[in-house]
Design a protein around this ligand. Structure first.
Ligand SMILES: [Zn+2]
Length: 392
């Protein structure tokens, strides 16, 4: 497939994902005027059809759109080549008609610029900014030591009381709009309490499951066992106790979803906190190993982690950037847009180990870029340790 065709496919697919997200928002919105809601869905359907070839467009009607949002996007996305679309299984609206958390991330990662969208879209009211880029541009201007401090704080303390954050951030506090009051987020409020994920420390989603019971789980770490239930406790004064969960991280302490508690926004969590925690975990795993030196943010935001094997017999260098994007296709697109790095050392893109089954497709997409490698966080640490131990 030529570059132009691929780009045009990418454009059509981004537009289709955007239309699906917008349709999901309209479908889940029960507060507005039903006529207006139907008009929005019809607009989305029109945009979606424009991304398909004549054959598959004909099969796309309102029923297919509604079913696809609830059961998986496969029938809604334009087809490219062979094989399953990795977003095919994604659901945007749950069985209760509520919006799934995937919408926000996918909408952002497959973002189609407002201006381009206006050509297709009569009522475009989608987000106008690309937040990951904006986040980095806000902190890129900091002196190196402040940059490193901000990155570490966003990873280590994504939720805390305002007083604690003031103390930790010192003079840097208040310069960035990274935090929001937890009390303004109904989605993580379990009868007045909020629970941090044992893996990433960010608030877990709390969904009423009937009978005063809440299902509590982390959007990113559900499959790693960060899923619990809790029962509303009318008599007690402390947070209810979480039950179940496969996380080995021990008991999770709730805190009041009110008052002074602040948490990083969802965008900051996805693009700074999650990759930051992976990077610091790698740093910690490789620190104090004889013959290894580890540097965080050695060249500002060019890449995040440099590891040097210093023994002259096995001297080598690794450069690492961690990414926790939900959509690997959008990640591949973003990486392919980067200029080719002239450095002798390839940049290793590290992704969470739980996504290992998606790696072959990401590798395939990046096949033409010898300056980029992809690996899971766990495999990366093993590779480095093996390199040193095998040779020393
Ligand atoms: Zn988590």
């Amino acid at each position: 497939m030529g570059l132009v065709e691929r780009n045009s496919h990418r454009w059509r697919r981004d537009l289709a994902v955007t239309a699906c997200c917008a349709a999901a928002v309209a479908e889940a919105d029960r507060t507005g005027d039903p006529g207006q809601r139907a008009a929005r869905l019809i607009d989305c359907l029109g945009v979606l059809r424009s991304t398909h070839g004549a054959g598959s467009a004909a099969a796309l009607d309102m029923r297919a759109l509604r079913r696809g949002l609830r059961q998986g996007l496969t029938p809604l996305l334009p087809i490219e080549g062979e094989g399953e679309d990795p977003l095919g299984e994604v659901r945007l609206v749950d069985s209760d008609g509520l919006l799934c958390d995937a919408v926000e991330d996918l909408g952002r990662e497959h973002f189609v610029s407002q201006q381009a969208l206006m050509e297709y879209w009569p009522w475009a009211r989608l987000r106008a900014e690309q937040e990951e880029q904006q986040l980095y541009s806000e902190i890129r201007r900091l002196p190196p030591e402040d940059y490193a401090k901000v990155r570490e704080l966003l990873a280590s303390h994504p939720v805390a009381e305002q007083g604690v954050l003031w103390e930790k951030w010192g003079g840097l506090w208040g310069r960035f709009g990274f935090f929001e009051p937890v009390s303004s987020w109904p989605w993580c409020n379990a009868a007045g309490w909020c629970f941090p994920c044992p893996v990433c420390a960010w608030p877990m989603r709390a969904q009423p499951a009937g009978g005063g019971v809440f299902a509590v789980s982390c959007d990113a770490h559900l499959l790693e066992g960060a899923q619990y239930t809790c029962r509303q406790d009318r008599g007690g004064s402390g947070p209810p106790v979480l039950e179940g969960g496969g996380c080995s991280a021990g008991r999770v302490e709730g805190f009041p979803a009110a008052g002074d508690y602040l948490a990083v926004s969802r965008t900051v969590w996805r693009y700074l906190t999650l990759p930051g925690r992976m990077e610091f975990a790698i740093r910690d795993a490789l620190t104090d190993i004889a013959g290894l030196e580890v540097f965080m943010y050695p060249e500002g935001d060019r890449y995040d982690l440099r590891i040097m094997a210093t023994d002259p017999l096995v001297a080598r260098e690794w450069r690492v950037d961690a990414k926790a994007w939900r959509s690997f296709d959008a990640l591949a697109d973003a990486l392919l847009e980067r200029p080719v790095l002239g450095a002798a050392v390839p940049l290793i893109i590290v992704v969470p180990h739980r996504r290992r089954s998606d790696l072959p497709r990401l590798r395939e997409r990046l096949a033409g870029r010898p300056d980029l490698e992809v690996m899971t966080d766990k495999d990366f640490v093993t590779t480095v340790l093996r390199w040193c131990r095998a040779e020393l």
